[in-house]
Design a protein around this ligand. Structure first.
Ligand code: UTP
Length: 287
């Protein structure tokens, strides 16, 4: 299963991050100095994929502007000899080829995936939710691609969560068949703690077969007219053709206040310009 295209879903309203997300797309909110969506594009590029399709909605054109060349800014930086910054700016427009597709109404993640049916065509593809920032020694997407290539089957990224947290996630069911690898037989969306089949939660990285489009087209809209991706994944799992891989690394939910904050701290504690001072500051306020 060779993946050549990656789809980033960025057409939602981001209501959990209002008012920050009213005008600025939440996907442009940064981790330190880098917008979350750029970290996701960097992950895709580092995984060996250069064709990206971004699903956006009206008013979120700034997401595309961020990856377009900025000739005036580049000239300004070049004239002042700011070569490092010039490279930082140039990189945003040279990392990948990005095409956009519009989702007219925010009718859920499954509906957003359906919008790329033509653009993807009849081949397997990756879907990434840019809320989820994965900080990994080897890119999370690349880890999944290795599994998909070896097993010739679709794969989703899994993360172990505390028992008390299971009701916030889609939780998978199915036997572990190799280190970190599960054959999925089912899944439950946000189960009550006592009914959760496991502590393995699905996060926003999926490698999907083109058959997913037909499944989504047949799907009946659920709550609020939304078409959920989970229902379509469940159908793949029931066919015995879906794997879950517990990726190596950490994940931050940038669509949520606490996740947003912990991402800043984790990256800040590593960045050479902020690490020492941030560590002393945290010590001083916690002691
Ligand atoms: P979320 O459900 O976390 O995003 O979807 P949201 O709906 O924008 O945020 P809240 O829950 O209201 O705060 C994860 C990703 O899927 C995209 C979002 O932009 C986000 O990056 N998405 C969601 C779509 O592209 N279309 C949709 O209809 C829904």
């Amino acid at each position: 299963m060779k993946i050549k295209k990656a789809v980033i879903l960025a057409a939602g309203f981001g209501t959990r991050m209002l008012p920050a997300s009213k005008v600025v797309p939440k996907e442009l909110l940064p981790v330190l100095d880098t917008p979350a969506i750029q970290l996701v594009v960097e992950e895709i590029a580092a995984s060996g994929i250069s064709d990206i399709i971004m699903v956006i909605s009206r008013g979120k054109g700034a997401l595309l502007d961020h990856f377009a060349p900025a000739p005036e800014l580049e000239r300004f930086l070049a004239q002042r000899g700011k070569h490092e910054l010039l490279e930082v700016v140039r990189k945003t427009s040279t990392m990948a080829r990005i095409a956009a597709v519009e989702q007219r109404e925010a009718l859920g993640i499954g509906h957003a995936v359906l919008q790329v049916k033509e653009a993807v065509g009849n081949e397997p593809f990756a879907v990434l939710l840019p809320d989820d920032i994965c900080d990994c020694p080897r890119p999370c997407l690349r880890q999944l691609m290795d599994v998909a290539e070896e097993r010739e089957a679709p794969v989703v990224a899994l993360m172990r969560v505390a028992r008390a947290e299971v009701s916030k996630y889609g939780i998978v069911e199915g036997p572990q068949i190799a280190p970190r690898l599960y054959r999925m037989t089912g899944m439950v969306e946000k189960p009550p703690v006592e009914q959760a089949p496991s502590e393995m939660a699905i996060i926003g990285r999926y490698l999907l077969p083109p058959e997913i489009f037909a499944i989504l087209e047949r799907a009946r809209p659920g709550h609020g007219g939304e078409i959920q991706l989970t229902d379509a994944l469940l159908e793949l799992a029931r066919r015995g053709d879906l794997y879950g891989y517990e990726f190596v690394g950490a994940r931050y939910d940038m669509g949520d206040r606490l996740g947003f904050l912990t991402a800043q701290i984790a990256y800040g504690l590593r960045h050479p310009q902020t690490a020492d001072k941030l560590r002393s500051y945290l010590k001083s306020i916690l002691s």
